[in-house]
Design a protein around this ligand. Structure first.
Ligand SMILES: Nc1ncnc2c1ncn2[C@@H]1O[C@H](COP(=O)(O)OP(=O)(O)OP(=O)(O)O)[C@@H](O)[C@H]1O
Length: 282
């Protein structure tokens, strides 16, 4: 059984010029796999992730036939029921940790709270889990970081703390929105390994949102390519080089290659027909 089934998802924003559709009829399923969503800025990747958790701010509107989490339709849940889904069942790591950590509460208290909110257990158990998770995301001095306030840690460390916090409740699904963009390459690798381990060992489903096609093709099992709010192509990650859609081909051609001398990168030309074609099922 799939962990998540999304049927005909739309995210709409009323504007003065009329309604803007940021996500247009997207359908896909997620198993116990690493599913990448790639596309350029504004293609609707983040809105798709946020809509699953019903985190689109007003006046934005989310519509779908079905957002099924192991058979339960998330669109039918009350806001209270939805709060118990967020974190425990589905967690999301956002692009910028500054907006997700509470500035007036220490890192340690926030991590312990993330554990205690979804698990019964003592404070000392919560502390132990928090320290263990910080170590897992390669934070060398976890005891000291536990006592720090969010503004006292660097951007890269903030991102790792966020990832630790999202993984503490042991969610079934993790939606990671550009989770490693602020990290240097070696830490990026470590964080990807942690997420990889969770998919393989605990059977977690991962939605990995990124504009970095190279990274996604290396790290994910399957890739959805989004353009103008729609899925234009779905590929097995190791078969991306066989992609059929001209947009995917254009993205691949515009990647810099280390093994070839290249005077300039090709520029991606777009066909207006790409925006009108119906969304492909992922
Ligand atoms: N409140 C809003 N009102 C109107 N349009 C919005 C609003 N919020 C987002 N959008 C639009 O929705 C579209 C999709 O945004 P989204 O953040 O999903 O893109 P993205 O593919 O994740 O890009 P990025 O990689 O830059 O985050 C964008 O064109 C954006 O301008």
């Amino acid at each position: 059984m799939n962990l998540l089934d999304i049927e005909d998802l739309w995210v709409r924003f009323p504007t003065r010029q009329g309604v803007f559709d940021a996500v247009r009829g997207v359908s896909f399923s997620l198993g116990r796999e690493r599913l990448g969503i790639v596309g350029e800025s504004g293609s609707g990747k983040s809105m798709t992730g946020r809509a699953i958790l019903r985190l689109i701010r007003k006046p934005g509107i989310v519509e779908a036939n079905h957002i099924g989490l192991e058979g339960r339709d998330l669109l039918q849940l009350t806001e209270r029921e939805m709060r118990s889904v967020r974190g425990k069942q589905i967690s999301m790591v956002m692009q910028d940790p500054k907006f997700s950590l509470n500035p007036v509460v220490t890192v340690g208290e926030q991590l312990m709270e993330a554990y205690l909110q979804h698990n019964s257990g003592s404070k000392s158990r919560a502390k132990k889990m928090a320290i263990e998770m910080l170590e897992n995301v390669s934070i060398r001095n976890p005891e000291r970081v536990m006592r720090a306030y969010p503004h006292e840690v660097s951007g890269g460390m903030g991102q790792r703390i966020m990832i630790a916090m999202m993984l503490i409740p042991n969610p079934k699904i993790l939606i990671a929105d550009e989770p490693t963009s602020a990290l240097d390459v070696s830490v990026q690798r470590q964080v990807l390994n942690i997420m990889d381990g969770l998919v393989k060992e605990r059977g977690m489903g991962l939605i990995f949102i990124s504009h970095d096609l190279n990274l996604v093709s290396e790290f994910c099992d399957r890739v959805l390519i989004m353009y103008a709010g729609r899925i234009v192509e779905v590929c097995e990650a190791d078969k991306l080089h066989q992609a059929q859609h001209p947009y995917t081909q254009g993205l691949l051609n515009s990647l810099p290659r280390l093994d070839e001398k290249c005077a300039h990168l090709s520029v991606l030309t777009r066909d207006p027909a790409w925006s009108d074609a119906p969304s492909v099922r992922g």
